[in-house]
Write a protein that binds this ligand. Structure first.
Ligand code: NAD
Ligand code: UDP
Length: 319
Protein backbone atom coordinates (compact mmCIF):
# COMPACT_ATOMS: atom_id res chain seq x y z
CA UNK A 1 0.00 0.00 0.00
CA UNK A 2 1.06 3.64 -0.59
CA UNK A 3 0.11 5.50 2.56
CA UNK A 4 0.11 9.28 3.05
CA UNK A 5 0.76 10.42 6.64
CA UNK A 6 0.29 14.09 7.51
CA UNK A 7 2.27 15.17 10.57
CA UNK A 8 4.82 12.44 9.80
CA UNK A 9 7.65 14.34 11.51
CA UNK A 10 5.76 14.45 14.80
CA UNK A 11 5.86 12.10 17.76
CA UNK A 12 3.00 9.81 16.68
CA UNK A 13 3.40 10.32 12.92
CA UNK A 14 7.01 9.17 12.98
CA UNK A 15 6.21 6.02 14.98
CA UNK A 16 3.32 5.22 12.61
CA UNK A 17 5.64 5.72 9.65
CA UNK A 18 8.13 3.25 11.18
CA UNK A 19 5.45 0.67 11.84
CA UNK A 20 3.89 0.84 8.36
CA UNK A 21 7.28 0.76 6.62
CA UNK A 22 8.29 -2.24 8.73
CA UNK A 23 5.17 -4.00 7.44
CA UNK A 24 6.29 -3.46 3.85
CA UNK A 25 4.15 -0.45 2.96
CA UNK A 26 5.34 2.72 1.22
CA UNK A 27 4.93 5.90 3.28
CA UNK A 28 4.70 9.45 1.98
CA UNK A 29 5.14 11.90 4.84
CA UNK A 30 3.96 15.53 4.89
CA UNK A 31 4.90 18.00 7.60
CA UNK A 32 5.65 21.71 7.97
CA UNK A 33 7.69 21.20 11.21
CA UNK A 34 5.56 23.67 13.19
CA UNK A 35 5.79 21.33 16.21
CA UNK A 36 7.61 18.30 14.78
CA UNK A 37 11.25 17.82 13.93
CA UNK A 38 13.47 16.55 11.13
CA UNK A 39 15.29 14.40 13.68
CA UNK A 40 12.18 12.26 14.18
CA UNK A 41 12.35 11.06 10.58
CA UNK A 42 16.10 11.39 9.91
CA UNK A 43 16.48 7.60 10.08
CA UNK A 44 13.85 7.20 7.32
CA UNK A 45 15.39 9.67 4.89
CA UNK A 46 16.85 7.73 2.00
CA UNK A 47 14.71 4.66 2.71
CA UNK A 48 13.40 3.34 -0.61
CA UNK A 49 9.83 3.21 0.71
CA UNK A 50 9.78 6.64 2.39
CA UNK A 51 9.24 9.98 0.65
CA UNK A 52 8.91 13.28 2.44
CA UNK A 53 7.42 16.63 1.42
CA UNK A 54 7.62 19.78 3.52
CA UNK A 55 4.10 21.12 3.21
CA UNK A 56 1.42 22.91 5.23
CA UNK A 57 -1.72 20.76 5.07
CA UNK A 58 -3.89 23.88 5.32
CA UNK A 59 -2.97 24.39 1.66
CA UNK A 60 -4.04 22.19 -1.24
CA UNK A 61 -2.25 18.84 -1.13
CA UNK A 62 -0.87 17.29 -4.31
CA UNK A 63 0.90 13.95 -4.15
CA UNK A 64 1.88 12.24 -7.41
CA UNK A 65 0.72 8.67 -8.01
CA UNK A 66 -2.01 6.51 -6.53
CA UNK A 67 -2.54 6.64 -2.74
CA UNK A 68 -4.26 3.75 -0.92
CA UNK A 69 -4.65 5.32 2.53
CA UNK A 70 -4.45 8.79 4.11
CA UNK A 71 -3.72 9.19 7.83
CA UNK A 72 -4.30 12.76 8.99
CA UNK A 73 -2.13 13.44 12.06
CA UNK A 74 -0.94 17.00 11.40
CA UNK A 75 -1.91 19.31 14.27
CA UNK A 76 -0.25 20.99 17.22
CA UNK A 77 -1.15 18.85 20.25
CA UNK A 78 0.28 20.29 23.47
CA UNK A 79 -2.11 22.16 25.77
CA UNK A 80 0.61 23.92 27.80
CA UNK A 81 0.02 27.73 27.47
CA UNK A 82 3.67 28.44 28.30
CA UNK A 83 5.05 26.30 25.48
CA UNK A 84 5.68 28.08 22.15
CA UNK A 85 4.59 24.87 20.39
CA UNK A 86 1.40 24.57 22.46
CA UNK A 87 -1.86 25.15 20.64
CA UNK A 88 -2.72 28.14 22.85
CA UNK A 89 0.13 29.91 21.09
CA UNK A 90 -0.75 28.55 17.63
CA UNK A 91 -4.51 29.09 17.75
CA UNK A 92 -5.18 29.84 14.10
CA UNK A 93 -2.70 27.27 12.76
CA UNK A 94 -4.39 24.69 15.00
CA UNK A 95 -7.86 25.50 13.71
CA UNK A 96 -6.60 25.49 10.13
CA UNK A 97 -4.85 22.12 10.52
CA UNK A 98 -8.05 20.61 11.97
CA UNK A 99 -10.44 22.27 9.52
CA UNK A 100 -8.67 23.05 6.21
CA UNK A 101 -6.07 20.30 6.75
CA UNK A 102 -8.79 17.69 7.31
CA UNK A 103 -10.69 18.97 4.26
CA UNK A 104 -7.60 18.75 2.05
CA UNK A 105 -6.64 15.31 3.40
CA UNK A 106 -10.16 14.00 2.83
CA UNK A 107 -9.96 15.42 -0.68
CA UNK A 108 -6.85 13.34 -1.38
CA UNK A 109 -8.62 10.24 -0.02
CA UNK A 110 -11.71 10.91 -2.13
CA UNK A 111 -9.75 11.52 -5.34
CA UNK A 112 -7.78 8.29 -4.80
CA UNK A 113 -10.68 6.19 -3.45
CA UNK A 114 -8.37 5.64 -0.51
CA UNK A 115 -9.04 4.80 3.10
CA UNK A 116 -8.91 7.79 5.43
CA UNK A 117 -8.05 7.80 9.14
CA UNK A 118 -8.45 10.91 11.30
CA UNK A 119 -6.35 11.38 14.44
CA UNK A 120 -8.95 12.76 16.80
CA UNK A 121 -8.54 13.14 20.54
CA UNK A 122 -10.02 12.61 23.99
CA UNK A 123 -10.16 16.43 24.06
CA UNK A 124 -13.37 16.26 22.02
CA UNK A 125 -14.97 15.16 25.34
CA UNK A 126 -13.75 18.44 26.90
CA UNK A 127 -13.95 18.50 30.70
CA UNK A 128 -16.10 15.35 30.72
CA UNK A 129 -19.24 14.92 32.80
CA UNK A 130 -19.39 11.20 31.94
CA UNK A 131 -16.69 8.95 33.32
CA UNK A 132 -15.04 6.89 31.93
CA UNK A 133 -15.59 8.35 28.46
CA UNK A 134 -17.56 6.16 26.06
CA UNK A 135 -17.62 6.97 22.36
CA UNK A 136 -21.31 7.90 22.50
CA UNK A 137 -20.67 10.69 25.05
CA UNK A 138 -20.99 14.00 23.18
CA UNK A 139 -18.66 15.98 25.44
CA UNK A 140 -18.53 19.20 27.44
CA UNK A 141 -16.63 21.81 25.44
CA UNK A 142 -16.85 25.61 25.62
CA UNK A 143 -16.69 26.83 21.99
CA UNK A 144 -15.15 30.16 23.02
CA UNK A 145 -12.82 28.85 25.75
CA UNK A 146 -9.09 29.04 25.06
CA UNK A 147 -8.79 25.23 24.58
CA UNK A 148 -11.53 25.44 21.94
CA UNK A 149 -9.08 26.06 19.11
CA UNK A 150 -7.98 22.45 19.48
CA UNK A 151 -11.15 20.82 20.77
CA UNK A 152 -13.52 22.40 18.28
CA UNK A 153 -11.13 21.93 15.35
CA UNK A 154 -11.05 18.21 16.14
CA UNK A 155 -14.82 18.09 16.61
CA UNK A 156 -15.26 19.80 13.24
CA UNK A 157 -12.74 17.35 11.75
CA UNK A 158 -14.79 14.41 13.02
CA UNK A 159 -18.01 15.92 11.61
CA UNK A 160 -16.37 16.56 8.24
CA UNK A 161 -14.98 13.02 8.17
CA UNK A 162 -18.46 11.58 8.80
CA UNK A 163 -19.90 13.90 6.12
CA UNK A 164 -17.38 12.56 3.58
CA UNK A 165 -18.27 9.01 4.63
CA UNK A 166 -22.01 9.62 4.40
CA UNK A 167 -22.17 11.86 1.32
CA UNK A 168 -19.16 10.78 -0.75
CA UNK A 169 -18.76 7.21 0.51
CA UNK A 170 -15.13 7.77 1.50
CA UNK A 171 -13.91 4.78 3.54
CA UNK A 172 -13.20 6.69 6.77
CA UNK A 173 -11.97 5.85 10.30
CA UNK A 174 -11.78 8.06 13.40
CA UNK A 175 -9.46 7.29 16.31
CA UNK A 176 -9.92 9.21 19.56
CA UNK A 177 -6.45 9.14 21.04
CA UNK A 178 -5.98 9.48 24.80
CA UNK A 179 -2.73 10.68 26.45
CA UNK A 180 0.17 8.84 24.86
CA UNK A 181 3.89 8.96 25.67
CA UNK A 182 7.18 7.52 24.50
CA UNK A 183 10.45 8.33 22.72
CA UNK A 184 10.43 11.29 20.28
CA UNK A 185 8.11 13.43 22.37
CA UNK A 186 9.30 17.02 22.21
CA UNK A 187 11.09 17.67 25.52
CA UNK A 188 10.03 21.31 25.41
CA UNK A 189 6.36 21.05 24.45
CA UNK A 190 5.19 21.33 28.05
CA UNK A 191 3.10 18.17 28.26
CA UNK A 192 3.15 16.31 31.57
CA UNK A 193 5.42 13.41 30.53
CA UNK A 194 8.19 15.47 28.89
CA UNK A 195 8.18 18.00 31.73
CA UNK A 196 8.22 15.35 34.45
CA UNK A 197 10.74 12.98 32.88
CA UNK A 198 13.13 15.79 32.00
CA UNK A 199 12.88 17.21 35.52
CA UNK A 200 13.34 13.77 37.10
CA UNK A 201 16.45 12.95 35.04
CA UNK A 202 17.93 16.33 35.97
CA UNK A 203 17.26 15.65 39.68
CA UNK A 204 14.74 18.49 39.95
CA UNK A 205 11.34 18.49 41.69
CA UNK A 206 8.46 17.66 39.36
CA UNK A 207 6.11 20.58 38.66
CA UNK A 208 2.64 19.28 39.55
CA UNK A 209 -0.02 21.74 38.43
CA UNK A 210 -2.93 22.45 40.78
CA UNK A 211 -3.24 19.90 43.60
CA UNK A 212 -2.37 17.04 41.22
CA UNK A 213 -5.69 15.30 41.86
CA UNK A 214 -6.83 15.68 38.24
CA UNK A 215 -6.59 12.30 36.51
CA UNK A 216 -5.23 10.98 33.23
CA UNK A 217 -4.63 7.53 31.68
CA UNK A 218 -1.29 7.17 29.90
CA UNK A 219 -0.70 4.83 26.97
CA UNK A 220 2.71 3.75 25.67
CA UNK A 221 3.20 4.70 22.01
CA UNK A 222 3.70 1.13 20.67
CA UNK A 223 0.33 0.08 22.11
CA UNK A 224 -1.34 3.12 20.58
CA UNK A 225 0.20 2.54 17.14
CA UNK A 226 -0.93 -1.09 17.27
CA UNK A 227 -4.51 0.03 17.97
CA UNK A 228 -4.43 2.59 15.16
CA UNK A 229 -3.12 0.07 12.63
CA UNK A 230 -5.84 -2.41 13.63
CA UNK A 231 -8.47 0.31 13.22
CA UNK A 232 -7.07 1.29 9.82
CA UNK A 233 -7.53 -2.24 8.49
CA UNK A 234 -10.92 -2.75 10.20
CA UNK A 235 -14.31 -1.86 8.77
CA UNK A 236 -15.31 0.49 11.60
CA UNK A 237 -16.50 3.96 10.59
CA UNK A 238 -17.62 5.27 13.97
CA UNK A 239 -15.07 6.78 16.39
CA UNK A 240 -13.00 4.37 18.48
CA UNK A 241 -11.23 5.32 21.72
CA UNK A 242 -7.63 4.11 21.84
CA UNK A 243 -5.85 4.64 25.14
CA UNK A 244 -4.79 2.93 28.31
CA UNK A 245 -7.67 2.63 30.80
CA UNK A 246 -5.36 2.59 33.85
CA UNK A 247 -6.35 5.93 35.41
CA UNK A 248 -4.22 7.78 37.94
CA UNK A 249 -3.91 11.23 39.40
CA UNK A 250 -1.26 13.51 37.95
CA UNK A 251 0.42 13.39 41.38
CA UNK A 252 0.57 9.57 41.24
CA UNK A 253 1.98 9.82 37.72
CA UNK A 254 4.71 12.19 38.94
CA UNK A 255 5.53 9.87 41.84
CA UNK A 256 5.76 6.89 39.45
CA UNK A 257 8.27 8.81 37.33
CA UNK A 258 10.33 9.72 40.39
CA UNK A 259 10.32 6.05 41.46
CA UNK A 260 11.41 4.72 38.04
CA UNK A 261 14.19 7.29 37.68
CA UNK A 262 15.28 7.23 41.34
CA UNK A 263 14.71 10.99 41.60
CA UNK A 264 14.78 12.09 45.23
CA UNK A 265 13.73 15.71 44.63
CA UNK A 266 9.99 15.03 45.02
CA UNK A 267 7.35 17.34 43.59
CA UNK A 268 6.35 20.99 43.89
CA UNK A 269 2.76 22.16 43.56
CA UNK A 270 1.95 25.05 41.22
CA UNK A 271 -1.54 26.13 42.16
CA UNK A 272 -2.15 28.52 39.26
CA UNK A 273 -0.49 26.68 36.38
CA UNK A 274 -3.41 24.52 35.26
CA UNK A 275 -4.69 25.77 31.94
CA UNK A 276 -8.24 27.02 31.66
CA UNK A 277 -10.69 24.10 31.57
CA UNK A 278 -7.95 21.53 32.17
CA UNK A 279 -10.07 18.35 32.34
CA UNK A 280 -10.49 17.11 35.92
CA UNK A 281 -10.71 13.45 34.96
CA UNK A 282 -9.99 11.40 31.88
CA UNK A 283 -10.16 7.65 31.28
CA UNK A 284 -10.95 5.88 28.03
CA UNK A 285 -13.71 3.29 27.97
CA UNK A 286 -12.23 0.79 25.49
CA UNK A 287 -14.92 -1.87 25.10
CA UNK A 288 -15.36 -0.88 21.45
CA UNK A 289 -11.64 -1.29 20.72
CA UNK A 290 -11.56 -4.60 22.63
CA UNK A 291 -14.55 -6.08 20.81
CA UNK A 292 -14.13 -4.65 17.30
CA UNK A 293 -10.33 -4.59 17.05
CA UNK A 294 -9.36 -7.27 19.59
CA UNK A 295 -7.05 -4.60 21.01
CA UNK A 296 -5.99 -3.63 24.47
CA UNK A 297 -2.77 -2.08 25.76
CA UNK A 298 -0.03 -4.44 26.90
CA UNK A 299 2.78 -2.19 28.16
CA UNK A 300 2.69 -1.28 31.86
CA UNK A 301 3.50 2.27 32.96
CA UNK A 302 6.78 1.16 34.51
CA UNK A 303 7.85 -0.69 31.36
CA UNK A 304 6.81 2.21 29.11
CA UNK A 305 8.75 4.70 31.23
CA UNK A 306 11.82 2.47 31.17
CA UNK A 307 11.60 2.31 27.37
CA UNK A 308 11.30 6.12 27.18
CA UNK A 309 14.15 7.06 29.52
CA UNK A 310 17.05 6.35 27.09
CA UNK A 311 15.67 8.82 24.51
CA UNK A 312 15.32 11.55 27.12
CA UNK A 313 18.81 10.85 28.49
CA UNK A 314 20.27 11.16 25.03
CA UNK A 315 18.44 14.45 24.38
CA UNK A 316 19.62 15.81 27.72
CA UNK A 317 23.21 14.79 27.06
CA UNK A 318 23.12 12.29 29.94
CA UNK A 319 23.53 9.11 27.91
P1 NAD B 1 3.35 16.39 17.38
O1 NAD B 1 3.30 17.87 17.58
O2 NAD B 1 4.56 15.66 17.78
O3 NAD B 1 3.03 16.02 15.86
C1 NAD B 1 2.19 16.79 15.04
C2 NAD B 1 2.92 16.99 13.71
O4 NAD B 1 2.05 17.72 12.83
C3 NAD B 1 4.18 17.83 13.87
O5 NAD B 1 5.26 17.19 13.22
C4 NAD B 1 3.83 19.16 13.21
O6 NAD B 1 4.95 19.81 12.67
C5 NAD B 1 2.82 18.71 12.17
N1 NAD B 1 1.91 19.78 11.73
C6 NAD B 1 1.13 20.57 12.51
N2 NAD B 1 0.44 21.43 11.74
C7 NAD B 1 0.77 21.16 10.44
C8 NAD B 1 0.38 21.70 9.20
N3 NAD B 1 -0.49 22.71 9.10
N4 NAD B 1 0.91 21.17 8.08
C9 NAD B 1 1.81 20.15 8.14
N5 NAD B 1 2.22 19.60 9.29
C10 NAD B 1 1.71 20.11 10.44
O7 NAD B 1 2.07 15.81 18.16
P2 NAD B 1 1.61 14.29 18.36
O8 NAD B 1 1.49 14.05 19.80
O9 NAD B 1 2.42 13.38 17.53
O10 NAD B 1 0.14 14.35 17.77
C11 NAD B 1 -0.16 13.87 16.48
C12 NAD B 1 -1.66 13.85 16.28
O11 NAD B 1 -2.27 13.01 17.26
C13 NAD B 1 -2.31 15.22 16.41
O12 NAD B 1 -3.34 15.34 15.43
C14 NAD B 1 -2.92 15.20 17.80
O13 NAD B 1 -4.06 16.00 17.88
C15 NAD B 1 -3.26 13.73 17.96
N6 NAD B 1 -3.29 13.33 19.39
C16 NAD B 1 -2.14 13.10 20.08
C17 NAD B 1 -2.21 12.73 21.42
C18 NAD B 1 -0.99 12.41 22.25
O14 NAD B 1 -1.13 12.05 23.43
N7 NAD B 1 0.21 12.46 21.72
C19 NAD B 1 -3.46 12.63 22.05
C20 NAD B 1 -4.59 12.91 21.31
C21 NAD B 1 -4.52 13.23 19.98
N1 UDP C 1 0.69 18.94 34.18
C1 UDP C 1 1.39 19.09 35.37
N2 UDP C 1 2.69 19.53 35.30
C2 UDP C 1 3.32 19.78 34.13
C3 UDP C 1 2.61 19.60 32.91
C4 UDP C 1 1.28 19.18 32.98
O1 UDP C 1 0.86 18.86 36.46
O2 UDP C 1 4.51 20.17 34.18
C5 UDP C 1 -0.72 18.49 34.26
C6 UDP C 1 -1.72 19.28 33.42
O3 UDP C 1 -2.22 20.39 34.15
C7 UDP C 1 -2.80 18.25 33.15
C8 UDP C 1 -2.04 16.92 33.10
O4 UDP C 1 -0.77 17.17 33.72
O5 UDP C 1 -3.72 18.22 34.23
C9 UDP C 1 -1.79 16.39 31.70
O6 UDP C 1 -1.30 17.45 30.92
P1 UDP C 1 -0.74 17.29 29.44
O7 UDP C 1 -0.19 18.63 29.07
O8 UDP C 1 0.19 16.15 29.36
O9 UDP C 1 -1.97 16.95 28.50
P2 UDP C 1 -3.58 16.97 28.62
O10 UDP C 1 -3.95 15.68 29.22
O11 UDP C 1 -4.02 18.11 29.48
O12 UDP C 1 -4.01 17.11 27.21
Amino acid sequence: MRILITGAAGFLGSHLSDRLISEGHEVIGLDNFVTGSRENIAHLMGHERFTFYKHDVSNYIFVPGKINAVLHFASPASPNPKSPSGYFNLPIQTMKAGALGTHNSLGVAKANQARFLLASTSEIYGDPLVHPQTEDYAGNVDPVGSRAVYDEAKRFAESLTMAYYRQHGVDTRIVRIFNTYGPRMDLEDGRALPNFLKQALLGQPLTVFGDGQQTRSFCYVDDLVDGIVRLLWSDEHLPVNIGNPVEMSVLQFAEAINAVTGNKAGVTFHANERSERDPQQRQPEITRARTILGWEPKVSLEEGLLRTVPYFKEKLGLA
